[in-house]
Design a binder for this molecule. Structure first.
Ligand SMILES: NC(=O)c1ccc[n+]([C@@H]2O[C@H](COP(=O)([O-])OP(=O)(O)OC[C@H]3O[C@@H](n4cnc5c(N)ncnc54)[C@H](OP(=O)(O)O)[C@@H]3O)[C@@H](O)[C@H]2O)c1
Length: 305
């Protein structure tokens, strides 16, 4: 069981590099670090509009020159690895080891520590990254996140067009609100985990185990619409995703996750240990984000307005 990390107060102003900073999770992390007065540098490939107190860098995590520049003057890194291949991470980890910042790595709760190979390529990449970071002596604080609630944003266009979410099903897990993961990440980033022993990674889950159909039901309740999830068999799902123009490597990884990832009934209190508050429900997430789905529906059906 991991030991709790102090969540309040920073002895000195931290300089934090946030990777994946424009993503669903990363932008929540940036917002929270700013509100806690940390110095923040953000990194993503696409340049973003400047925000007060955030130094935005555009560049690729796989480019060692970019990463070296991004690490200058930084004492702590929030690291995500959004790629489907861990080979390019060798260079990244080499540069990290030279700079030796504190590293908080966002991994996945689907890792099976007893397995020689993980269930699917996405989980395998995270297991590889954890091993690389440990192997380089970086002593990362690992946050293994369960499925992020924000993945539901991927349903926006389908829900703008109708009441059915169709796609490959995936095993049930304790879906976690990305705002809770961001709170936990910031507690870890601004804490002092290197000062004490950490007996294993934190596993960040939501409070209840949900399947996709459950999530669609809860989203429907928030939107006051009768929504339905339709599980699409792997072959058809693959063909549709490829026809939509999704990269083949991504499609294969998603299909593999759908077919092979085991369900998890694990619900932990690690969000609360790190943040001081319990993890929120998917129902709450759906209510708080309903407007994003309603707005998309209005935009796609302007004649109804
Ligand atoms: N979604 C889940 O259920 C889940 C569960 C466990 C762990 N995770 C981990 O959490 C991470 C963040 O999730 P998310 O939902 O916030 O992802 P997301 O919304 O897709 O955001 C990905 C971020 O990474 C940046 N990025 C992608 N490729 C990059 C590259 N080669 N170099 C530099 N930046 C790059 C993206 O910006 P640009 O495209 O502009 O570069 C964006 O800022 C995932 O990558 C995954 O590793 C996710």
């Amino acid at each position: 069981m991991p030991e709790p990390t102090p969540t309040t107060g920073t002895l000195q102003k931290s300089s934090v590099l946030v990777t994946g900073a424009t993503g669903n999770l990363g932008r929540e992390v940036v917002d929270r670090l700013r509100s806690q007065d940390a110095r923040v540098r953000s990194l993503a490939r696409r340049r973003t509009v400047a925000r007060p107190g955030v130094e935005a860098m555009a560049g690729d995590l796989t480019d060692p020159t970019v990463v070296r520049a991004a690490l200058a003057g930084i004492d702590t890194v929030f690291l995500v690895w959004p790629l489907l291949d861990s080979v390019p991470a060798h260079d990244l980890v080499k540069v990290l080891a030279e700079a030796a910042p504190r590293v908080v790595y966002l991994s996945t709760a689907a890792i099976d520590d007893g397995a020689v190979r993980q269930s699917d390529p996405i989980v395998q990449v995270h297991a590889d990254l954890e091993a690389l970071l440990h192997g380089a002596g970086l002593r990362p604080l690992v946050l293994r996140s369960d499925t992020l609630a924000s993945n539901a944003r991927g349903w926006t266009s389908q829900l703008a067009a109708g009441d059915v979410v169709a796609g490959p099903d995936i095993a049930r897990t304790a879906v976690v609100d990305e705002r809770d993961v961001a709170d936990a990440a910031v507690a870890a980033l601004l804490g002092s985990h290197n000062a004490g022993p950490v007996h294993g990674p934190y596993v960040l889950t939501g409070p209840e185990v949900l399947g996709r159909a459950d999530q669609v039901d809860l989203l429907g309740a928030a939107l006051r619409r009768r929504l339905r999830f339709e599980a699409v068999p792997a072959g058809l799902a693959r063909a549709r995703m490829l026809a939509d123009g999704r990269p083949e490597q991504l499609v294969e990884a998603l299909i593999s996750a759908s077919l092979h990832r085991p369900q998890s009934h694990r619900v932990t209190d690690h969000v609360e240990r790190l943040t001081g508050h319990p993890a929120g429900t998917f129902a709450r997430w759906a209510i708080d984000h309903a407007v994003e789905f309603s707005h998309a529906a209005e935009v796609s059906r302007p004649e109804d307005a």
